[in-house]
Design a protein around this ligand. Structure first.
Ligand SMILES: [Zn+2]
Ligand SMILES: [Zn+2]
Length: 373
């Protein structure tokens, strides 16, 4: 009763919707009755003070509206102000938000009375370099919570049905009104009987123990688009875990990991190949075989090719993931291999000018003459 009397409207004995005139009338009546000069009751002085305090707030439209929204905290300088005991006595800040904004922080209350969605799942898929460039289809197998076949996801034993929760009438939330130092507080919380679901199961399905879902293996075909890159994720909505008792499924994220190529590297849509070329080959020109996604391709190294020369094979790179028909290039980077040690025979004339120069690296000829002692 002590806390209830602290509410200004209660103190003046008027409705929350009372007009200014009604408030004034109520105040006059009470002030006459409780004025310490006329009332000998020992509590009269305290009571008179309280009536005045209430009237000062409710007779001022601005202060009254702040009081209506924030309670005493809005008119006497916030928690800890005169006559206030701070926010002690509340169940914490969430209660205050519940009271002011009508229950829960948005999403939490929106979920009440509805089945919870299932969790998202992640699957790590390893593919080859070529598969990433060309695109592929993969069959993946994984274990996930799926709809219980026995109860069709309801969680109720076959032949029975979940019933509407009698405590919250299916709303999934319960409201309680409390009198506090800030006035009347409406607290909204998840229904303790149905845990916010709005329905209760009297006889549980024996297979899923009332969960409405069981863990099972499943296989799924996943299309990997051409041009996918390391770390990309493919989102398959509704292929994740199913929610409990008929809740919607989450998403499945397939995270793609690409094996390295033995001689090509990739940056987005561009491919790079470091072509080892001897100084003699660079000077005299040669033909080399370059690995591509489609197979090897012969590329001409022109006579007099300089270090760090780049030869572009247009359209031999990686297809653009979104721009259909667009494809990057393959960059052949001339990597001049300078011998660190020369044999007497090759050392005499400068490399690249000798009579044996000009034969391809690795095919006998030139290398035979290098560093053989
Ligand atoms: Zn079941
Ligand atoms: Zn309930």
């Amino acid at each position: 009763m002590a806390t209830a009397e602290r509410d200004f409207y209660v103190i003046l004995g008027v409705e929350r919707s009372a007009s200014d005139a009604e408030i004034k009338r109520a105040y006059r009546k009470l002030a006459q009755k409780w004025h310490p000069d006329v009332n000998t009751d020992p509590a009269a002085q305290e009571r008179f003070k309280e009536i005045n305090e209430a009237y000062q707030v409710l007779s001022d439209p601005d202060r009254r509206s702040r009081y209506d929204t924030f309670g005493r905290a809005g008119v006497d300088g916030g928690p800890g102000g005169p006559g206030g005991a701070g926010f002690e006595g509340f169940g914490g800040f969430s209660d205050i938000f519940d009271a002011f904004f009508g229950g829960g922080a948005g999403a939490a209350s929106a979920r009440r009375g509805r089945p919870q969605p299932g969790a998202d799942l992640r699957y790590d898929l390893r593919i080859t370099f070529e598969e990433a460039v060309k695109g592929t289809e993969k069959e993946i197998e994984f274990t996930a919570l799926q709809r219980c076949e026995t109860c069709a996801g309801s969680g109720a034993a076959p032949g029975t049905e979940p019933t509407t929760c009698p405590q919250c009438n299916g709303r999934g939330e319960v409201r309680s009104v409390r009198q506090t130092m800030l006035g009347q507080m409406v607290n909204v919380s998840a229904c303790p009987r149905c845990h916010g679901e709005g329905r209760i199961i009297e006889t549980r399905c024996q297979v899923c123990q009332g969960e409405g879902r069981t863990e099972r293996k499943r296989t799924l075909r996943v299309t990997i688009p051409a041009g996918i890159d390391e770390g990309h994720q493919i989102r398959l909505s509704n292929e994740g875990e199913i929610g409990p008792r008929g809740g919607p499924p989450g998403s499945l994220y397939v995270a793609v990991h690409i094996q390295a190529h033995k001689s090509l590297t990739r940056e987005g849509t561009e491919l790079f190949y470091m072509a080892p070329i001897s100084i003699a080959q660079a000077a005299l020109g040669t033909r080399i075989m370059v690995p591509t996604i489609e197979g090897s391709e012969e590329v001409e190294i022109k006579p007099g090719t300089q270090p760090d020369t780049e030869i572009r094979l247009r359209g031999k790179g990686v297809p653009h993931l979104r721009l259909t028909g667009q494809r990057g290039d393959l960059h052949v980077m001339v990597d001049l291999v300078v011998p660190t040690k020369l044999s007497k025979k090759a050392g005499d004339p400068p490399p690249g000018t000798g009579k044996e120069a000009g034969k391809p690296v690795g095919k006998g000829g030139f290398l035979k003459n290098l560093g053989s002692d």
